[in-house]
Design a protein around this ligand. Structure first.
Ligand SMILES: Cc1cc2nc3c(=O)[nH]c(=O)nc-3n(C[C@H](O)[C@H](O)[C@H](O)COP(=O)(O)OP(=O)(O)OC[C@H]3O[C@@H](n4cnc5c(N)ncnc54)[C@H](O)[C@@H]3O)c2cc1C
Length: 434
């Protein structure tokens, strides 16, 4: 009998397994594919490596090789850590057959607790004519960029990052997005800035556009502002979101409560079956690696009887285009919609020394403060290193720091971080004005 069985070796499952094993629990981790999950093998890491190296005239086979090297180095490190912590990695797909039992590779395994960290898989676009090829996601990140013309259905984070990679390779790209803006889960100004930048690099963007069918060829047929458009392409990429990988995960009668396929959990990540926990993409919410990891660590601490040290909210969101986008907490629109009184403080980076030195693009830092408590509720960044700068603001939001407290540290010059001080000052002025 294992203390803990973890199903899925992505960032959530690995973090939980390592923490629990280091704390003295016996842990078996089931993973039929590569350790590291979507994030390391098909998601976060390869896309960021490609975005880092992509550019006019870049040597694509060399970039793909470098990307593969980064992935395999990280994977080897992860495998070593699991081995050192004595986590037993079992290379089989697991099926939960009861509150304490799992079947895999023809054998039954028992555990005091089971953690579902099975992640997610690409959602199929609801368009007639869509015939996915197996492994299309991995191929999307492989050696050869599409020859000439690419249509991306879906303008969420994955769609826009891949558009940025291939636009840099000189492909003609069309993004077709059903909602009224790109990355619609982020602040409106971030969406506008991103759309402008993509258009400048030659990407055609249709928002509020509904794909009616995909014709052989292939060609994507969609309606936009009442007119029908047809765009033919060498390649069509669906980036229409992801769905939980819970199909076939539970034997009949052994499933905890699910909601649209996502495993339902309480505030401690416990499912409707007390011995079964679930985390990461499989439970929905922000489908992000750092969320999965934080939740995995929280569950391990809980099983070890430790007070949780790592938080699980707020979760920052990042887009690694140029300039980068990052956001945490509430946007001003969300606050207003929820009846929360807020003011914003904004700094445009046109006059930021570091931006000018590095020839960076114009951007902004926008902070959202509660009008009465003066606490920072949220932050949106559109600038170089936004994805690093957001950590300082995530700390500030999680501690409920006020505008005055945000202004206490002296930030070094010349840095992008100086814009945080300036935005906080603008926020303070807005608060004083009432
Ligand atoms: C192209 C792309 C880019 C992304 N970029 C980012 C980014 O920059 N930053 C970020 O934070 N997030 C990013 N994400 C999202 C991120 O990859 C996921 O949120 C994260 O991997 C979720 O972690 P997880 O542990 O919940 O699941 P996963 O990483 O999906 O891992 C789940 C694992 O479970 C295994 N599994 C499934 N079913 C079973 C079973 N029955 N038995 C045993 N094992 C099973 C799977 O094989 C898989 O390895 C990106 C995703 C994609 C697709």
């Amino acid at each position: 009998m294992w203390d803990l069985i973890v199903i899925g070796g992505g960032p959530g499952g690995c973090a939980a397994a390592l923490r629990a094993a280091k704390g003295g629990l016996s842990v078996a981790l089931f993973e039929p594919r590569e350790v590291g999950g979507t994030c390391l093998n098909r998601g976060c890491v390869p896309t960021k490596a490609l975005l880092h190296g992509a550019g006019p005239g870049c040597d694509w086979p060399a970039l793909a090789e470098e990307t593969a090297r980064v992935v395999s180095t990280l994977r080897a490190g992860q495998e070593k850590q699991l081995q050192a912590a004595r986590v037993q990695v079992i290379p089989h797909r697991a099926v939960v057959t009861g509150p304490h039992t799992v079947e895999a590779g023809g054998e039954t395994y028992e555990a005091r607790n089971i953690l579902i960290a099975a992640g997610s898989v690409p959602a199929r676009p609801p368009s007639p004519g869509w015939t996915p090829r197996r492994g299309h996601q991995r191929r999307a990140l492989s050696r050869h960029p599409p020859r000439n013309r690419l249509v991306i259905i879906g303008g969420g984070v994955i769609g826009v990052e891949l558009a940025a990679v291939w636009a840099a390779a000189g492909c003609q790209i069309t993004i077709v997005e059903a909602l009224d803006r790109l990355v619609a889960n982020l602040d409106r100004e971030l969406s506008q800035g991103l759309a402008m930048e993509l258009k400048k690099s030659g990407v055609e963007v249709f928002t509020g556009a509904s794909v009616s069918r995909i014709e052989p060829g292939p060609a994507v047929v969609f309606t936009h502002k009442g007119a029908e458009h047809t765009v033919s392409a060498d390649t069509v990429l669906a980036a229409t979101g992801r769905r939980p990988a819970t199909e076939g995960l539970f034997a009949d009668g052994a499933a905890p409560e699910l909601e649209r396929g996502f495993v339902r959990v309480d505030g401690s990540f416990r499912t409707s079956i007390p011995s079964i926990y679930a985390i990461g993409d499989a439970i929905g919410g922000a489908m992000l690696a750092h969320k999965a990891e934080a939740e995995g660590i929280a569950v391990a601490d809980l099983l070890l009887g430790r007070a949780p040290v790592r938080g699980t909210a707020p979760i920052p969101s990042c887009v690694y285009t140029s300039p980068e986008l990052a956001q945490v907490g509430l946007t001003a629109d969300q606050a207003k919609a929820g009846g929360v009184p807020v003011v914003t403080g904004k700094c445009v980076l046109g006059g930021n020394a570091r931006t000018l030195i590095e020839g960076g693009k114009r951007g902004f830092v926008k902070l959202v403060f509660h009008k009465e408590t003066r606490a920072l509720l949220g932050a949106c960044l559109y600038c170089c290193r936004a994805t690093d700068l957001i950590s300082e603001l995530t700390l500030a939001v999680s501690l409920g720091l006020t505008a005055e407290q945000l202004l206490r540290p002296v930030r070094p010059h010349p840095t992008f971080a100086e814009a945080v001080s300036q935005a906080a000052e603008a926020g303070l002025e807005a608060l004083e004005r009432g």
